[in-house]
Structure formats: C-alpha cells, structure tokens
Ligand binder design. Structure first.
Ligand code: PHB
Length: 394
C-alpha cells in the first residue's frame, strides 16, 4: 500500500518537474503526432498530390518516422482540387481527426480553404505546393509556412529571358484561377520591365483542356512567342495540342516550369522539344544532394521524383527541424515557429531559407527541354524572395 506521505512526496515531485518544464501534458508526451495530408489524389493534379505525399513520407522515413522522438500517425483526405470543398475537407482533419499539422495542398483555390481553417484554429499548416500569394502576403500567419513558391516567383524571371532572345511581343495563356492569374502577374512584371509587350491575354476555366479555339487565335495573332502557366495532366494536353496545331517550332513556347515538370515521357517528349521554362528545381541539377535524393526516391517509389516530390520532401524536412527543436512538443509554438523560421533547408533544389513571411528564398533555374529532360541552362534569378507585401510577421 502506498502511504499518504508517499503520495504527497510523489505529487510534489511531479509538480516540481512540471514547473521546470520537464513534464509535458499527457498527449504531448505519449501520443503520436497526428499528421494530416490534404492533397489531390484524383483529377488533373493527381500526379502532383502523390509526389508531395511521397516526398513528405520519405523525409520522415529517413528519420525513423519520428518527429522530435514521437511516433507519427497519418490522416489522409483527397481534396480533388475542388475549391468548394476546401474548408470542409480541412475541417475533417482538424475537427474530426484532431491533427497537429496539415500538409497541403497543390491547388491555390483549395489552399484558400485550408488557410481559412488554419487562421481560425491556429493549426500548423505547411504548404507543399499551392502558390496563392495571400498565404504569405496580406493574410500571412505565424502558423503557416510554405516550402514551394509564390505563384509569381517562377514566372518573374521568364520575361527577361524571352526579351534577351528577341521575343518582344508575346501572348500569355493560362487557366483562369488564382495560380494562373498570379503567375501572369509575375510574368507581366518581368516582361514589361525587360521591354516586352503582352499583345493578348487568353484564358480558360480550370481544369478545362479545350484549347483548340485559343490555339487558332494564337496562330492568327502570330506573336513572337507564347508564355503560359499550365500544370499536371492539363499541361501535357496543352503541349500536345500546341504541337498538333502546328505551332511547335514556329512560335516558341515558354512557361513556368510546371508546364513540363514530371511529364516528359516517350509520348510527350517529341512535342516538347525546345520549350524553355523557369523553375526552382530541375531533375538535371548536378549536385550530390540531388543525386542522393533521386536515387533514394526512385528506390522507394519505383518512379522518378519531380519538383512536387522535392517540395513535399522539404515540408518533411522543415517539420523535422521544428519538431526536433521542441523535442516533439508541438504545443510549444513560440519555439516551434522560431525554429521553422530560422531553418536552412538542405533541399535537392539547393539550400534555401525562409522569408519573414514564411516563403522560400530560392534560386530560379532556366531550363530547356532536350530529349526527356529539363536541362539547366543557368540561374535565371538568384536567391529570389517574394515581396511578402502586406505581411506583418517578423
Ligand atoms: C496552384 O494552384 O497554386 C498550382 C497548381 C499547380 C502547380 C503550381 C501551382 O504546378
């Protein structure tokens, strides 16, 4: 039997330990960290969602599937790249599954839903792709971090490249939604500053792929070049239709690198030769870090990684750095966020740091399609930071 005296002594010891911070609340100490993955596992961005998921899991796998010493448990929601269900799906993870962190998503419209929930509930949110400006500009938040890009980052450097090649009159074409519009903003800024003129802006609703009428219009306008934002399954269709319309090789095609990323297989590559893009990654980057990452990923998933896999992997790396700094106690938000803000992420794309608004400061590479590769030609923008306009953090 335990005497009253012993009980009192034990309680005092526990209280003492708690006041020195040695004892964590029961859940933080013992329970698994609950990781929510909210990504597109169906629809035109399926390949992107799967790659983010793979990359994230690989980073965790490399650390024995532990975060700051704690086991992890996954919860998964297919967001279908459907903005109308964004809030509901994010709430499933937060309210029903009680996740400690949401890793998601790919589509900017869906991200707005996650972002609303993240701001309202304070849940930690790590964005492995979607580039919506507001998340790291006017609506930035202490609990929201991005390991990818802002939508205007990859296209900002494209305009100068085009003008340097003598392409001064361009048509811009994209899906009409946040990602396409904001990529267009970045392109416009860079292109106009370099002395180019956008003669026509064309668009169609996401994820529509009926490009024919728009391609006929481009043929009749005869611009010096075309620049675009498309991605995933839709990008592949655009490249094929561009070639089938007889435009490939006649009117040079440029884009943010999503246009050709992860898509250059035997079937598509012949239509994609010579396409010039700008992006923060290329499979062909020559570094030990990239080689090791690519080898390990290919072994684990029996497929080749792309920029989305890298961004998912870096989301994992960032969370590991944060969780390690707080010994797995994610409720220690001040220290957690500070560690994530100060993280240097040793990425396959090259090392990068976090801007004050929680978005990567990173190099943007110039790439051209040769064979089945996006061959790196050089750096189009060094250590490019998004403006973070309107963000009051830091
Ligand atoms: C986005 O919706 O933010 C988005 C989607 C696919 C990409 C890039 C950005 O490849």
């Amino acid at each position: 039997m335990t005497s009253r005296r012993q009980v009192l002594t034990q309680s005092a010891a526990i209280l003492g330990a708690a006041s020195t911070g040695l004892i964590l609340p029961a859940r933080a100490q013992n329970a698994k960290i609950r990781v929510g993955l909210m990504l597109p596992y169906t629809g035109t961005f399926t390949q992107l969602g799967v790659a983010c998921d793979n990359g994230f899991r690989m980073a965790l796998e490399e650390k024995g599937n532990k975060l700051g010493g704690r086991e992890i448990e996954y919860f998964k929601v297919d967001d279908e790249s459907e903005p109308a269900k964004g809030v509901e799906n994010a709430n499933k993870l937060v309210q029903r599954d009680k996740v400690d962190v949401i890793i998601g998503t790919v589509h900017s419209g869906v991200q707005m839903g996650i972002h609303k929930v993240a701001r309202e509930t304070g849940v930690l949110s790590i964005i492995p792709n979607a580039g919506m400006h507001a998340a790291t500009r006017a609506l930035c938040a202490p609990n929201v971090f991005r390991t990818s890009f802002t939508n205007s980052q990859p296209t900002r450097a494209l305009g100068k490249v085009m003008v340097d090649k003598g392409h001064k009159k361009a048509v811009w074409i994209t899906w009409k939604y946040a990602a396409g519009d904001e990529a267009g903003e970045g392109f416009k800024e860079g292109y106009l500053a370099a002395g180019g003129t956008i003669v026509k802006e064309l668009g169609l609703p996401f994820p529509n792929v009926e490009f024919q009428a728009l391609l006929t219009e481009i043929a009749s306008i005869k611009p010096d070049a075309v620049a675009c934002f498309f991605s995933g399954g839709g990008a592949s269709k655009f490249i094929r239709d561009y070639a089938a319309a007889g435009l490939a090789g006649k009117i040079p095609l440029y884009g943010s690198g999503f246009l050709t990323e992860g898509l250059l297989d035997d079937e598509l590559a012949p239509s994609a030769q010579g396409i010039v893009t700008t992006l923060h990654y290329s499979a062909s980057l020559a570094s030990k870090r990239n080689d090791a990452f690519r080898l390990a990923y290919a072994k684990m998933f029996k497929m080749q990684p792309d920029v989305y896999a890298v961004q998912g992997y870096d989301a994992g790396q960032l969370l590991i750095q944060g969780a390690t700094a707080v010994n797995g106690d994610l409720s220690n938000k001040k220290a957690l966020y500070a560690a994530m803000e100060n993280a240097v992420v040793d990425s396959p794309r090259g090392k990068w740091t976090m801007s004050k608004a929680h978005n990567p400061v990173q190099d943007i590479y110039l790439r051209v399609v040769k064979g089945k590769e996006n061959v790196v030609q050089g750096i189009a923008a060094k250590a490019l930071a998004d403006s973070g306009a309107g963000c009051k953090l830091g």
